[in-house]
Design a protein around this ligand. Structure first.
Ligand SMILES: [Fe+2]
Length: 164
């Protein structure tokens, strides 16, 4: 569930619940151990916990939240990295970071490119490696079309996927 310091709107909370729901579904389908499913659940509930805080931006709400979690005693580096880098990608992720990145993009409440998202979601979780490359490619294309630059973490993430 959300920590008591979370700052989220009702819409954000609904998004977080859908991300958690998708991850729970994938964990069941892949029969991952209960401890791993619990990490995915934690990452889902925590990743956007500060997204609507007054000082938060699209790019820094993940790091702000990871810093807060680390201060509060979170010791699971995979969960911290999943939260910290969920907006940009990270080459050093383990399963929890990769699955959160996928669920955050593919959750059914997002309206943009809904048909394509549905098609990608239908290939999950069995084809998670191929779908991850497709999601990363689409997110990077979006950044390239915008006026933002690519973060070094995003470039390293993409290059690691290409050689995987
Ligand atoms: Fe999210």
């Amino acid at each position: 569930m959300l920590p008591d310091w979370a700052v989220v709107t009702a819409d954000r909370r609904a998004h977080i619940e859908r991300v958690a729901g998708l991850l729970a579904q994938w964990a069941t389908a892949l029969a991952v151990p209960a401890t791993e499913a619990e990490r995915w659940r934690r990452a889902a509930w925590l990743h956007d916990a500060l997204r609507d805080a007054p000082a938060a931006t699209e790019l820094d709400h993940g790091p702000m939240c990871a810093d807060r979690l680390a201060r509060d005693g979170e010791r699971d580096q995979g969960v911290l990295d999943a939260v910290r880098y969920h907006s940009v990608g990270y080459a050093g992720w383990d399963g929890v970071g990769r699955m959160l990145y996928l669920a955050d993009y593919l959750e059914p409440g997002r309206r943009f490119d809904a048909t394509l998202r549905t098609a990608l979601r239908d290939r999950m979780p069995e084809e998670h490696g191929a779908v991850l490359r497709e999601v990363a490619r689409r997110r990077i294309e979006w950044i390239l079309r915008s006026s933002w630059g690519l973060k070094p973490e995003t470039v390293a993430f993409w290059n690691a996927l290409g050689s995987a």
